[in-house]
Design a protein around this ligand. Structure first.
Ligand SMILES: [Zn+2]
Length: 136
């Protein structure tokens, strides 16, 4: 069983089979659906050929179920979802909404796991002591 991802607003399931589905809008108002790889640290993404994923584009990301904005108010460059692991433990997962920035933060209570080559970009937004951080 793989990780499940939930919308933090409606708690709807965002992972279907082996894809995490998000609805996005670019700064130039292009809209589409993107399928992400649900594995932490895998930045593979798929879209319809008519919706090109452009390096450097910044997205507003919406829950495809309730249409809530998933970008963080305090830092719109990252979004938040809930992650339920194989043992049923819930954590919060954050990642960049800018195409090409590869960083993921998984916050479990007072601990945080960081993944991706760009993890330094946003780690300062998490008030978690160095001793409680793990790096991948
Ligand atoms: Zn939702």
């Amino acid at each position: 069983m793989a990780n499940d991802y939930l919308c933090p607003i409606c708690r709807g399931q965002l992972r279907v089979e082996n894809s995490l589905v998000i609805s996005v809008k670019s700064k130039s108002n292009k809209k589409g659906l993107i399928f992400l790889n649900p594995e932490i640290g895998n930045y593979g993404k798929i879209s319809h050929p008519s919706f090109e994923i452009v390096e450097g584009d910044e997205y507003t990301v919406f829950c495809p179920i309730c249409h809530a904005t998933l970008n963080r108010e305090e830092n719109p460059h990252i979004l938040k979802m809930l992650l339920i692991d194989e043992t049923g433990i819930q954590s919060e997962v954050f990642f960049s909404v800018i195409v090409g920035e590869r960083c993921t933060y998984v916050v479990k209570g007072k601990e945080m796991e960081e993944a991706g080559p760009d993890k330094k970009l946003y780690e300062k937004y998490f008030d978690i002591p160095e001793a409680d951080r793990k790096y991948f």
